[in-house]
Design a protein. Structure first.
Length: 169
């Protein structure tokens, strides 16, 4: 089945790698499959958690997730951490450290899109940022050269831009 027949756009190609403009499959189907392979269930609570993470547009803290999942109050902090650990082990969520020592969580790029992060050195807030294709191509070339100089073949890259957000300036 082609992307177009599903009403989806074909993957964009960058440097020989395919980055989907939109996922070919429903992200929840991918999550359910990964959890099943990890012998875990895709419960209603995990689905609600993934829906919040997929719609956030930026990495979220535990406090933000506790507030946003099912209107708050539905989860204990320990249950949330436990479920995030399962989702992380099944490669659908990533844990991101921040300058304030508070971890943030987001869905993997496979379930969202290739992006980088802006990190506030004051409060630790992380925001997603998309770079223009020409900047991504240059970044890829530079990281490939750096890897080759040390005998590596670079598979992917991540970039963090550090500064101060509007609230901390």
């Amino acid at each position: 089945m082609s992307f177009e027949s599903n009403g989806l756009t074909a993957p964009r190609r960058r440097w020989g790698l395919a980055y989907p403009a939109r996922m070919a499959e429903d992200p929840h189907t991918v999550v359910a499959d990964r959890l099943h392979r990890g012998r875990q269930r895709y419960t209603g609570g995990r689905r609600a958690l993934m829906t919040v993470l997929m719609g956030a547009g930026r990495p979220l803290t535990i406090a933000e997730l506790l507030r946003d999942v099912d209107g708050g109050g539905a989860w204990s902090q320990s249950s949330l951490y436990r479920n995030l650990s399962v989702l992380e082990a099944c490669a659908v969520v990533v844990r991101l450290p921040s300058s304030d020592g508070v971890a943030r969580f987001e869905v993997t790029e496979e379930l969202s899109r290739h992006h980088h992060h802006l990190v506030c050195s004051g409060c630790g807030r992380l925001d997603d940022v998309d770079l223009p294709d020409r900047v991504e191509a240059t970044l890829h070339a530079v990281t490939a050269q750096a890897g080759e100089a040390l005998g590596y073949e670079v598979d992917e890259h991540r970039l963090e831009l550090i500064g101060r957000c509007a609230n901390c300036r």
